[in-house]
Design a protein around this ligand. Structure first.
Ligand code: SF4
Length: 328
């Protein structure tokens, strides 16, 4: 069967280097090989951020700008906003009717998020149903390939279970089995060595200016055992070195040398990294600035994407209604 790739991101804030290496670089490769559908899933954002909902529309536009600036090509790829295609909610409703409650309550991500996110009340009906909406997002386009990291495997498994349950209940083979496309992405920590996260303010945003990049890299944690310039360092224990490996692999050998032989200090090492990042993000920043000046054009692109997505979604829902309710 021909692969159709579906992937999505929640518009919850500015995109950063973690998004670039964790998803966007992979998407750029995928859009060259397969028909791809990439969605900005604002209803998913609302499920977690319903108290800050005013920020979501701005984040949606920002995310579209970031994606296009990074090279997601709206001519090749269907790029759209989830809430612009109401069929997502209709399919979500139908799937919700047949999804056993226990499947959702047992979902490890749900349990983990309830435990870890203490600043928001996530004990809601909507949040429990997050994986059902996720299944609807994927199945609406009969996407059979979903690029994910290992931690998201339970969600894809749930989508498969929900699709099979639909097929079983209505004695059909309408929904295909979707497969996870496991992607090995480099693990990139925040500049403070903790998990990269908006709430820790430890990420370098794609839209960051040269000054901001310099400031963030200058403050990066390094090998704690290297106290003086003359102390040989341990690059494997240094977050700066891991950034070199991800963003300037050709320089990593030199870094290893100058660090272990104490030939350069950490300040200089970080300054070189900073210049590399400034150079690498320059193209994205320039395209971003142009798009940010022309939001009407970005909205047009999203509307064109909406039309392409909705054409597929409407056809799926016409068939789903027929399967569920009969021809009438
Ligand atoms: Fe890290 Fe570079 Fe300092 Fe070595 S020289 S500890 S790699 S910042």
């Amino acid at each position: 069967m021909k692969k159709t790739v579906f992937s999505a991101m929640r518009p919850t804030g500015k995109l950063h280097l973690g998004h670039l290496v964790g998803a966007l670089r992979n998407w750029l490769e995928l859009q060259e090989k397969y028909p791809c559908i990439f969605a900005i899933v604002d209803w998913h954002a609302l499920m977690g951020e319903y108290e800050q909902s005013q920020e979501i529309s701005e984040n949606v536009l920002d995310m579209a700008i970031d994606w296009i600036a990074c090279g997601i090509d709206p001519n090749k790829t269907v790029l759209f906003v989830q809430s612009h295609v109401p069929e997502h909610l209709e399919l979500h409703m139908i799937l919700a009717c047949l999804t056993p409650l226990g499947w959702l309550e047992r979902n490890p991500t749900y349990k983990e998020q309830l435990r870890e996110i203490t600043t928001r009340d996530l004990q809601t009906y909507g949040f429990l149903g997050y994986p059902v909406l996720q299944a609807a997002d994927i199945l609406l386009y009969k996407a059979n390939t979903v690029p994910i990291g290992e931690d998201q495997l339970p969600h894809i498994e749930l989508t498969r279970e929900i699709a099979r349950r639909f097929n079983h209940v209505y004695k059909t083979d309408f929904f295909p089995d979707c497969e996870a496309l496991l992607t090995q992405t480099p693990r990139l920590l925040g500049v403070d060595g903790r998990k990269m996260s908006k709430s820790y303010q430890n990420a370098i945003n794609l839209a960051a200016s040269a000054e901001e990049i310099k400031k963030k890299t200058g403050g990066m944690f390094t090998d704690p055992k290297r106290i003086k310039l003359s102390d040989p360092g341990h690059p494997q224990e240094c977050n700066v070195y891991s950034y070199y490996n991800v963003f300037a692999a050709s320089k990593a050998r030199d870094v290893y040398e100058w660090c272990t032989k104490a030939q350069k200090g950490c300040t200089e090492c970080k300054a070189i990294l900073s210049n590399t990042l400034v150079d690498q993000l320059a193209g994205i920043r320039e395209k971003r600035a142009i798009l940010a000046q022309n939001k009407a054009r970005v909205k047009e692109i999203l509307d064109a994407g909406r039309k392409r997505a909705q054409k597929i979604a409407q056809e799926t829902m016409r068939e789903v209604r027929e399967i569920v309710f009969g021809k009438g």
